[in-house]
Design a protein around this ligand. Structure first.
Ligand code: ADP
Ligand code: MG
Length: 702
């Protein structure tokens, strides 16, 4: 590509950081529009990727086929408008084309007239029809073409995201101009031999082709290069971070000797599942080493993660270290504490619970015990424990993140000396492409099987006509001694003028308490209640004093009440797939089968598919994949949610093969050159730091 002499203003040095205003076709006004889309300097424009491509089947007029979608370009020769007898109007625009004439017709759209001027170059796209000797298109799509240059003969035109006041042809022209002037200035980040070895196009070749591809094949190769680069930089950052967290840090080596192992296992009243044994083996291997464990334990709801975590905690305690378990909510912290109490009833391990709801004096005492090393096993909420609790001798931190995970959410617990080991638990299985990125710095243990004797949950999707029947069934089960939930979605504040979600769930509660569930003991939980209030209701439900819990999705995570077998979900279309699955996981945790009824009114194709998938499968891993596919990139599972800058061209789901490739390559690069300190890696390193230095805290690399 030859550089035509770039932008007029000689006073501005021609670099990739030249403000967009100095690009051809961009003045102050348009610069402001570009700025609105985040395009400030030339480089932003060059890497402003099309969101799609338009395939243009372009024809000369004498080769048009009737009824087929085609495009014809020409010059506006005549614009006429006339009224019809019926009081309407017809606008006719005649194009002079290379081999004939084409007329565009608009009925009753007089305002279209203002779009055209004589002599303007445009392209009409539509299905043509011959009227006598003249070809016509009714209501064709109009693209105004560049005045000076011809659009090249390419049939794939980029489609860019737009902002109000900016048109597709204008942005195309700006990008084209920027490419022509600045591509020669682009620096190649990869070492010389790297590109051919990995079948990658040079950047200077790939970038123009991503915007204005010659054909599909060129587009694929160009995209491959740019997607690979983006994923490689991400994977490098993760690999470097992992190295920092792993290799440069010290943690106590806590070996699970045969005696310790036997002592811990004696506490479990059941056989461990194969998955639990495997996960424990992986954890034991990690904790025996002098580097901090950094492991994610993922398992479907009810797969028995807590037991695995308890093993790890007891291993730390057996060596005289403290272990901390952080839960996302007070309810769950308390529940974990109770589980551990039951498990350790006969042991001498000293346990404390630290929550926000405790009286100050009690809390002071707990803090003192923690600081003095008198407490071995500490359970609390993320919030409390991150607030700067001083530990005497911390060996292990278990973070029950449920599904509110994130790369950056690592606990910061103060203590002198070596780092603790880390175990993060998540109840939402994570698709593999996610574990490779957002969790790329963690080792992963997976519980695939559930404990034996686990009952299934029968799931139904119902509409309003089934309501009476469901409540019949619900009442019958309550009379048999079971308990149940009724879950109402959070309502956006704007949806419900007064009271928001509380109003919604309170309304449901009232109508049930005075209607179908009149004869039963109902409890209510919603987000505006204090932690203690919620706790108290939860506790009464757990003890069976309440038979039904009406709540917002606060019960979604982790609540373990084995006698609860009934789950009613209202407005199911408002919940995500992972959330629905979590809700269903609240029932059938004991010896009785569960019944989950989702009332839903799906308005979109996506929500219909989501609800169908939910009913069709009870496998959390399968649902996680479906969810990821339905949501597409950039949604809840997207990078932004997790504190990483968004990806610009790669799509973690679609580009999974390339992701694996980039990951392998990044790992071997970092294995050979841990700080990317080699001269030939300098540019990769700089790019990695610019993009991820902050979000991944890579500050002290090299
Ligand atoms: P989750 O993975 O959802 O946190 P839990 O650890 O809460 O699951 O376990 C769910 C239930 O299964 C608990 O009541 C627990 O005591 C029980 N459980 C865990 N492991 C086993 C096992 N190997 N055999 C039988 N029951 C088990
Ligand atoms: Mg759990």
């Amino acid at each position: 590509m030859t550089a035509e002499s770039p932008t007029p203003n000689a006073a501005i040095a021609q670099t990739l950081s030249t403000p967009v205003q100095f690009l051809k076709g961009v003045g102050p006004a348009r610069a402001e529009l570009l700025e609105r889309m985040g395009l400030r300097v030339v480089c932003d424009v060059l890497f402003f990727f099309p969101r799609d491509y338009e395939e243009i089947v372009e024809c000369d007029v004498d080769r048009l086929e009737e009824g087929r979608l085609q495009s014809v370009r020409g010059v506006v020769e005549d614009v006429d408008q006339r009224s019809t007898y019926a009081g309407g109007c017809v606008l006719g625009v005649s194009l002079r084309c290379k081999t004939g004439q084409l007329r565009g017709l608009w009925f009753n759209q007089p305002f279209q007239r203002d779009r055209f001027t004589i002599g303007q170059r445009v392209m009409f796209t539509g299905k043509p029809k011959r009227e006598g000797l003249v070809w016509q298109m009714v209501h064709p799509k109009v693209d105004v073409l560049d005045q000076e240059e011809d659009e090249p003969a390419t049939r794939l035109l980029p489609v860019y995201p737009l902002t109000e006041g900016l048109q597709q042809w204008q942005i195309r022209k700006i990008v084209r101009g920027a490419l022509a002037a600045f591509v020669p200035l682009l620096d190649e980040v990869f070492p010389e031999t790297y590109l051919p070895a990995h079948e990658l196009w040079p950047l200077q070749r790939a970038l123009p082709q991503v915007h204005f591809p010659d054909d599909r094949e060129s587009l694929d190769r160009a995209r491959r290069r740019l997607i690979y680069q983006e994923l490689l930089i991400l994977q490098l950052a993760l690999a470097v971070r992992r190295g920092q967290q792993h290799d440069q840090r010290q943690a106590p080596a806590l070996e699970a000797t045969a005696r310790i192992d036997a002592r811990i296992r004696r506490l479990f009243s059941f056989e461990l599942t194969a998955g639990q044994r495997q996960a424990i083996a992986e954890i034991v291997a990690d904790m025996a080493g002098p580097r901090p464990m950094n492991r994610l334990l993922q398992g479907d709801v009810g797969s028995g993660k807590t037991v695995v975590a308890a093993y790890a905690m007891l291993l730390a305690v057996a060596h005289g270290y403290q272990a901390v378990l952080m839960a996302p909510t007070e309810v769950l912290a308390r529940q974990h504490a109770q589980t551990l109490d039951r498990m350790l009833a006969a042991s001498q391990v000293r346990r404390v619970l630290l929550t926000g709801g405790q009286p100050a004096a009690q809390r002071e005492e707990v803090l003192r015990q923690i600081a003095a090393g008198e407490a071995n096993l500490i359970v609390g909420t993320h919030a409390i424990l991150q607030e700067g609790v001083t530990m005497a001798k911390l060996g292990l931190v278990v973070i029950d993140e449920q599904h509110k995970f994130g790369v950056r959410q690592r606990a910061t617990l103060k203590q002198a000396g070596p780092d603790p080991h880390y175990l993060v638990m998540t109840a939402t299985p994570i698709p593999r492409s996610m574990t490779m990125t957002l969790f790329g710095d963690l080792d992963i243990s997976t519980l695939r099987d559930s404990p034996p004797g686990r009952q299934r949950v029968h799931t139904y999707l119902a509409d309003e006509s089934r309501r009476a029947k469901w409540w019949d069934f619900f009442r019958r089960k309550l009379r048999e001694g079971r308990q149940g939930f009724v879950v109402v979605p959070l309502v956006e504040e704007s949806d419900a003028a007064a009271g928001g979600e509380a109003a919604n769930v309170e309304e449901t509660y009232e109508s049930l308490a005075n209607g179908p569930l009149e004869a039963f003991r109902l409890g209510l939980i919603h987000g505006r209640m204090t932690a203690e209030e919620k706790d108290e209701v939860m506790e009464r439900f757990r003890r069976g004093q309440l038979q039904v819990l009406v709540s917002t999705s606060v019960v979604e995570v982790g609540v373990d009440v084995p006698n609860a077998t009934l789950m009613t979900i209202e407005s199911g279309q408002r919940f995500g797939l992972a959330q629905l699955h979590q809700l269903r996981g609240r029932v059938a945790r004991g010896k009785h089968p569960g019944f989950c009824c989702v009332f839903g009114d799906p308005q979109t194709d996506e929500s219909r598919k989501r609800l169908r998938a939910f009913v069709a499968s009870t496998d959390g891993f399968e649902l996680a994949e479906t969810d990821f596919q339905l949501r597409g990139p950039g949604d809840l599972f997207g990078t932004r949610q997790h504190g990483l800058p968004p990806l610009r061209i790669a799509d973690l789901m679609h580009d999974r093969a390339l992701l694996e490739e980039a990951r392998r390559d990044a790992q071997s690069l970092v294995a050979a050159d841990p700080g990317l300190a080699a001269e030939e890696h300098a540019k990769l390193r700089r790019m990695m730091l610019v993009r991820y230095g902050k979000s991944l805290e890579l500050g002290d690399v090299g």
